[in-house]
Design a protein around this ligand. Structure first.
Ligand code: TRP
Length: 380
C-alpha cells in the first residue's frame, strides 16, 4: 500500500513526489538556464546535475552572481552521526566534493552529535563513536584537507553556542511546533536544536571577518530547518544562504521513504564486503522486471521503478552506457539478474577504492577538525 508522502527532517514516508514538494516547500526547480550557467562556470556539469538528482534550489542565482563578481561562496553541509554511512548519504557529498574542486571553495562540515543524542535513544558515547567513524568515510571521499573544516557541535560548542543563542532568541516554540510537528512533550533540547544547525551559515564569516555567501547542498528533507534559518540569519545581519536540494537515493527494497542504516537490508554500508553487497542486491533490490523470463523478454522491464537501474544513475557516469542499459532493460533484452550483476560490479569497484582510502583516512581526522580558541575572552 502506498503511504501518504511525508518529508520532514525527522520523518520521510511514502513515495516522494518531487514536483509537489517544490510547491509545498516553496523552492525553485533547477532550470536548463541554471544548469548551463553552472556548466559555464565549472567547465563541466556533474552527472548528478545533468540527471536531475539535484533538482531544486533557493537563491542559487545570487550566489553565482556574487561568484562572478569575485566574492566566492563557501559550502556548508552536515551529518547527524547516529550510525554507519551508507550509499544513500554520499550522493550529496559527491556533488559537494565536485563543487569544492571546481569552484575551489572552503567546506564547513557539521557533525550534529547533539541532534542525534537529543532525538534518538542512543547514548552519547555511542554517538561519539559514530562521529569518528563517519568522519573517516567523509575524509575518504577525498575532500581537500586544507579547505575542509569539521565542526562538531559539542566539541566546538565554545564558538557555536554564543551564536546559537542569538539565533534561538529569534525563533518561537510555535514556529518549531509547526515546522516539525512537535508538541509539549518533546524535550527542550530538540526544540533548541535548529539554532545549532543555523550557526554554520554565518560562523565562518565571523571567524574570518569575511562576508561570503553560503551554499548548502543537502537532502531535501533538511530544507525545513533552513526555511527557518533563512529568515533568522537575515534579521541578525547575515546573508541568507543558498540551497541546492537533492532527491533521495531510493532504498534497496523499493521506492518509498529514504534509505536508513537502521534498516540494514534497505541500505548498503560503506564497509560492506563484496559478498554482502552481492547478497543484499540479489535478495532485496526491488525489481521493475516481469515475473517470468518469457514475459520479461516480451514486455520488458520498467527502469523508472527498478532500484538497480536507479542506483546505476549514481554510479555509472557514462551517459551513453547508462542509456544503453536503460533501452536494453525496457526492451527486455536485459534481464533483472543481468542488470543486478552490472550494479554489483560497479558498487564493489567503488567500495574497493573507498575502503582502501578509509584505512588511510583514520590518521587524518585531526587535520580536518577545525582548530580555534573561543572568540570570547573575559577581561578581568
Ligand atoms: N540534520 C542533519 C542530519 O540529521 C545534519 C546536518 C547538519 C546537515 N547541518 C546540515 C545536513 C547542513 C545538511 C546540511 O543528518
Amino acid at each position: 500500500m502506498t503511504k501518504k508522502m511525508k518529508v520532514t527532517p525527522y520523518d520521510v514516508r511514502g513515495k516522494v513526489n518531487y514536483d509537489k514538494l517544490i510547491n509545498e516547500f516553496g523552492v525553485k526547480k533547477l532550470s536548463e538556464g541554471d544548469l548551463k550557467r553552472i556548466e559555464r562556470l565549472a567547465g563541466e556539469l556533474h552527472p548528478y546535475l545533468r540527471r536531475g538528482i539535484f533538482f531544486a534550489h533557493r537563491d542559487l542565482k545570487r550566489v553565482l552572481d556574487e561568484y562572478e563578481k569575485g566574492n566566492k561562496f563557501f559550502l556548508y553541509t552536515g551529518i547527524g552521526p547516529s550510525g554507519p554511512i551508507h550509499l544513500g548519504h554520499i550522493g550529496t557529498w559527491r556533488l559537494v566534493k565536485w563543487l569544492q574542486d571546481r569552484f575551489d571553495t572552503d567546506l564547513w562540515f557539521q557533525f550534529t552529535d547533539d541532534e542525534k543524542f537529543l532525538y534518538g535513544n542512543k547514548g552519547f558515547k555511542e554517538i561519539r563513536r559514530w562521529t569518528k567513524e563517519n568522519m573517516i568515510d567523509i575524509i575518504a571521499l577525498g575532500f581537500n584537507p586544507k579547505k575542509t573544516h569539521f565542526l562538531v557541535d559539542t566539541l566546538h560548542a565554545g564558538i557555536m553556542y554564543p551564536e546559537a543563542i542569538k539565533v534561538a532568541k529569534k525563533i518561537t516554540f510555535s514556529t518549531i511546533k509547526a515546522s516539525f510537528g512537535f508538541n509539549d512533550s518533546n524535550n527542550i533540547g530538540s526544540i533548541f536544536y535548529t539554532a545549532m544547525q543555523t550557526v554554520p551559515i554565518f560562523l565562518p564569516n565571523i571567524l574570518r571577518n569575511e562576508n561570503r555567501p553560503c551554499l548548502i547542498p543537502l537532502g531535501v528533507d533538511q530544507d525545513p530547518h533552513f526555511r527557518i534559518s533563512r529568515d533568522v540569519v537575515e534579521k541578525l545581519g547575515h546573508k541568507k544562504p543558498a540551497i541546492l536540494h537533492a532527491k533521495f537515493m531510493p532504498a534497496l527494497r523499493g521506492p518509498e521513504g529514504k534509505m536508513s542504516s537502521s534498516l540494514t537490508n534497505s541500505a548498503i554500508l560503506m564497509t560492506d564486503s563484496p559478498k554482502e553487497v552481492e547478497r543484499k542486491i540479489k535478495k532485496y533490490a526491488f525489481s521493475g522486471g516481469q515475473k517470468t523470463i518469457a514475459e520479461h523478454r516480451q514486455k520488458g522491464g520498467n527502469p523508472d521503478i527498478d532500484v538497480s537501474f536507479q542506483w546505476l544513475r549514481y554510479f555509472e557516469e557514462d551517459d551513453e552506457r547508462l542509456n544503453q542499459i536503460r533501452e536494453d532493460y525496457k526492451s527486455g533484452r536485459l534481464l533483472t539478474s543481468e542488470l543486478k550483476e552490472i550494479l554489483i560490479k560497479k558498487i564493489n569497484a567503488f567500495l574497493k577504492v573507498h575502503q582502501e582510502r578509509r584505512k588511510k583516512a583514520k590518521d587524518k581526522i585531526n587535520d580536518f577538525l577545525f582548530k580555534t580558541r573561543s572568540l570570547y575572552k573575559i577581561d578581568v
